[in-house]
Ligand binder design. Structure first.
Ligand code: NAI
Length: 716
């Protein structure tokens, strides 16, 4: 067994009974910040439930409270390693049945049971509290309740899929099960998932009182519509059909778990509890062995690994104040992000108008958060006030980090960074948000190059999870540790890379976008290329992405990569020719698509005429498979070079960065995981053929050639 639930002789679970006969079952996994429901913990819970049954019979126990001994953290769910190690469908089914059996034992204890939830309550933790008679949650922001199983490619299998819709109704249960997004305690109370919300200081007292009062379930008022939809067969069918259509639209059928969740709900809701559990367990068994679940679990591990991947053996200097240079698209976004995470920020620009726009952008994002109920008006105003605008360097003497996001010009950046260095403390860390310029080259202008690195956010800053942290030749570990900790604090996924043209993501993306340009020139239509890649699972096609990046920005980045990396990066003529057209992409309302009020309307029909004669007037039908092979293998090939050149430390880093920086489909496990699934030898052959047919840009990378020869994959 992976873990016996005990360390240092302490058990993960303990039971105490007070003078009034209220038993308190406490989860407190030794040597860990969070509680997990490992199979060992489940076995211990089972045994303790046996003791409680006995004590209730003898009258020693009158009621039970379930709680966590961790500060502001309830139960984080099952052990993902155990989920990953389930060998067969049958074993998955059995594991689910066993969890259901233990929680059922809790549910039918002959005494009132109350869950006292303080902090994160996820997966198995939520399924555990669903088996209690009464649930109280605290009102702190950390208290969130959810069923994230879908993100691992499975569904809640310890009774959660069965109990949740019975408690809160199908309509309210669906978003929790299908998105995996946890809800705050206020929302949990509104939908009936918890019965009471209290301040943390009175949680224990309230839980005891509710237990002694017999844990009377609160009656929730539901609208007539909700009752019709949730409680009648035709109503449920309608709700489920709508949900299925939405899932198919959003996932293009790539993810089996949400579809099987809907089937399970359809079949199980009309069954008695025990039969419903059986349907649920069968679904878990079926899903747990799918490739999609395996890949999503791998991605989960990559994400968890990234949290700990900072420079080893260096304590991160504390960061309490940050300055941002440049209040443009990126600077404004970064300032908002900092303020949103309670980091006071000075936002400096050389133009008052730019600052006004930057502040307006931040204000707009805070307003939206208020509108969506994510934060209160008061809180939003408080955070907005954390941004102090400036036209000069006042206050720079007290900042710990400066993030530079000014114009993308080496000479300007160097001279500004030199200025800044003179105005900040000697231990202040400077970071550039450049997307294409050399960090090492910028260091040459500085007195303290060890305290300088790249910190590359992606646009839009509030939405894109990735931050590339770039180590220049002279960057010190302490500077990297500081920006690593800062990125984590901002809720981002940091990936450390070495300096090199386009760093990681933009370098790999460039041949992909370029290949779309070549296809256009050969007569493929914009929509056929984009559709082929949407069907592959990319969040948007390459032409839509070019519009999003900005046609001027992407052309500039492409030119830099061509200059640095040579012939294979030569911009596709159809993309280079956009220069004369004045088209900018989404920000200008027109590019490969037409946009109205920022929304994509249709393909820009004129684009072909504007690019004539480079692009033929007649569109030819290209098989989607051909489009995918060329564009995706172009990325795989460049990713191999990124590894060869030591830009990224591992295939895992490449995959994590591509998933979080470009939305490469997580169900495929990452770009290089996908390459391994296809087989590197097969890829080598395809690339060799493509090089012969289309040109040297497809010449296989040395690493691919070597791996193919050795019969190995990137991850072997
Ligand atoms: P932008 O043009 O929107 O903003 C640049 C701002 O810097 C302007 O407001 C300008 O007035 C200000 N500025 C110029 N010189 C300054 C100085 N000496 N001191 C203070 N402010 C000064 O540019 P954007 O798009 O925000 O890009 C900024 C940086 O971020 C560039 O290095 C760019 O390569 C990088 N980047 C851009 C991304 C994008 O999608 N736009 C994505 C990732 C990085």
């Amino acid at each position: 067994m992976a873990e016996n639930g005990a360390g240092n002789g302490r058990a993960a679970l303990s039971l105490e009974v007070n003078g009034e006969g209220v038993a308190r079952l406490l989860f407190d996994r030794p040597d860990s910040k969070v509680n997990l429901l490992t199979s060992a913990v489940m076995a211990q819970l089972d045994a303790l439930l046996g003791d409680i049954e006995q004590s209730v019979r003898t009258g020693a126990v009158r009621a039970l409270v379930v709680a966590s001994g961790k500060p502001a953290s309830f139960i984080a769910g099952a052990d993902v390693n155990e989920i990953a190690s389930v060998p067969t469908e049958e074993a998955g089914y059995e594991a689910s049945r066993e969890g259901q059996r233990v929680f059922r034992r809790l549910e039918i204890l002959p005494c009132p049971t109350v869950a006292a939830i303080d902090g994160l309550c996820l997966g198995g933790g939520t399924e555990l509290v669903l088996a209690c008679d009464y649930r109280i949650a605290t009102d702190r922001p950390e208290t969130r309740i959810g069923l994230p199983e879908i993100r691992l490619g499975i569904i809640p299998g310890f009774g959660g899929t069965t109990r949740l819709p019975r408690l809160v109704g199908l309509t309210e249960a669906l978003p929790l099960i299908l998105t995996g997004q946890p809800v705050a305690s206020g929302k949990a109370r509104r939908i009936g998932l918890v019965d009471e919300v209290v301040h943390p200081s009175i949680l224990a007292t309230r839980a005891r009182a509710a237990a002694l009062a017999g844990a009377p379930a609160r009656r929730r008022k539901r609208s007539v519509l909700a009752r019709v939809l949730d409680d009648s067969l035709p109503g449920r069918r309608l709700v489920l059909n709508r949900a299925r259509a939405r899932v198919l639209r959003e996932t293009r059928g790539h993810y089996p778990a949400p579809l099987i969740a809907l089937d399970t709900l359809r079949d199980s809701l009309r069954l008695p509890l025990d039969l419903a559990f059986d349907v649920e367990a069968h679904a878990v068994g079926k899903l747990i062995v799918t490739d999609v679940a395996r890949n999503l679990i791998r991605v989960f591990h990559l994400m968890e690994g990234a949290k700990k991947a900072g420079p080893a053996n260096v304590a991160a200097p504390a960061v309490s104040r940050v300055a941002v240079l440049g209040a443009g698209v990126m600077g404004g976004g970064i300032a908002h992000l900092l303020a949103d995470h309670d980091v006071p920020v000075r936002l400096k620009d050389i133009e008052a108008g730019a600052i006004a726009k930057g502040l307006q952008h931040a204000r707009h994002l805070f307003d939206r958060a208020v509108r969506r109920g994510r934060t209160s008006r008061r809180e939003a105003n408080r955070r907005m006030d954390a941004i102090a605008p400036a036209l000069d360097y006042s206050g720079f003497g007290s900042v710990d980090v400066v993030i530079e996001a000014i114009v993308e010009r080496m000479d300007v950046k160097k001279s500004v960074l030199r200025d800044v260095e003179e105005r900040v403390r000697a231990d202040c860390v400077l970071a550039s948000n450049t997307s294409s310029l050399s960090i090492t080259e910028m260091q040459s202008a500085l007195e303290r190059p060890a305290r300088f690195c790249g910190m590359h956010f992606f646009n839009p800053v509030h939405r894109m999870p990735l931050v590339e942290l770039i180590r220049g030749r002279d960057t010190g570990d302490e500077a990297l540790a500081a920006v690593f900790a800062l990125a984590r604090r901002l809720g981002k996924t940091p990936v450390i890379v070495n300096d090199g043209p386009g760093f990681l993501v933009n370098r790999i993306l460039s041949p992909y976008l370029n290949e779309a340009g070549h296809l256009l020139q050969e007569g493929a239509s914009v929509e056929s290329v984009d559709r082929a890649l949407l069907d592959f699972g990319m969040p948007m096609g390459p032409f839509r992405l070019l519009d999003e990046i900005g046609l001027d920005v992407s052309r500039h980045a492409g030119a830099v990569l061509f200059e640095e990396l040579g012939e294979r990066m030569r911009p596709a003529p159809a993309l280079a020719a956009l220069e004369g057209t004045g088209l900018l992409g989404r920000k200008g309302g027109r590019g490969f698509y037409v946009y109205e009020q920022d929304k994509q309307k249709s393909v820009h029909r004129e684009i072909y005429a504007r690019l004539a004669p480079i692009v033929p007037a007649v569109r030819t039908a290209f098989p989607a498979e051909h489009i995918r092979t060329r564009t995706i293998l172009a990325m795989v090939n460049e990713a191999a070079r990124v590894l060869e050149d030591g830009i990224a430390a591992s295939p895992g880093d490449v995959d994590l960065a591509m998933i979080t920086g470009t939305g490469f489909p997580p169900f495929r496990g990452g770009l290089l995981r996908y390459a391994d699934d296809v087989g590197v030898a097969a890829i080598f052959t395809r690339l060799t053929d493509l090089a012969r047919a289309l040109g040297a840009r497809f010449e296989p990378a040395i690493l691919i050639r070597d791996l193919a020869a050795a019969g190995r994959g990137f991850y072997d």
